[in-house]
Ligand binder design. Structure first.
Ligand SMILES: [Zn+2]
Length: 216
């Protein structure tokens, strides 16, 4: 737990950390995040900072998992993309101050905003900022490569077993898993404009289930 409300995450990948520590950078052991306090950003540390100043989740690196599912509109097979962390730190929401470090395989979804640096890495033609017709949420969304249907995150991560929700190990082995060694930061889980008080889920455990043997 970091008891400071405003921390500035640093994209430090180097093993030689003596210099940055001298400049006022701190390391969180649980999440693996390098950060500095808002009044500590000076000199050399500024080269590790992203051009985004509002965020509620960060990770020291991330995985982009590209899998396949059947579109629920045209029933054809399409690629879908998901962001996964093995460790991260999230802003404490309900009234508290500070940040909570977590070590657990976790998918991030309902991503509202990303810095340029990360957009370049996730680059996929059918994953882009869009607005859901049903919920009014505006976030980075998967779309069917064949018919363009919006494939909403709630279904992909919380409902449909065919997608990231309860993803089978067999499916994960066939998926493209890309690890990006770069600090990840984003704003996720913003409610829709017409329902600003709604709580929007944006994290779920990545549980890779083993399918039982096929029935005889
Ligand atoms: Zn489709």
């Amino acid at each position: 737990m970091i008891n400071i409300d405003h921390i500035i995450p640093l994209n430090i990948q180097s093993d030689n950390v003596t210099d940055v520590t001298c400049q006022g950078a701190y390391f969180d052991n649980v999440s693996g995040i390098w950060y500095t306090e808002s009044d500590g950003l000076k000199g050399a540390l500024s080269e590790y900072v992203y051009s985004m100043n509002s965020y509620n989740i960060m990770a020291p690196y991330y995985l982009v998992i590209t899998s396949k599912m059947h579109c629920w509109n045209c029933h054809q097979s399409t690629r879908i993309h998901g962001v996964m962390f093995t460790r991260f730190i999230k802003k404490i929401q309900d009234g508290g101050e500070g940040w909570l470090p977590v070590r657990r395989n976790t998918f991030l979804f309902h991503i509202n905003a990303l810095p340029e640096e990360i957009m370049k890495d996730i680059k996929a033609s059918n994953y882009y900022l869009d607005k859901s017709k049903t919920t009014g949420l505006r976030y980075w969304m998967n779309h069917c490569e064949i018919c363009g249907e919006r494939l909403g995150d709630y279904e992909l991560f919380c409902v449909e077993d065919d997608a990231f929700h309860r993803m089978a190990v067999e499916k994960l082995l066939r998926a493209n898993v890309r690890k990006v060694n770069r600090l990840f930061i984003s704003t996720a889980g913003n409610p829709a404009e017409h329902a600003p008080k709604d709580v929007v889920r944006y994290l779920c455990d990545a549980r890779f289930v083993m399918n039982g043997p096929a029935a005889p």
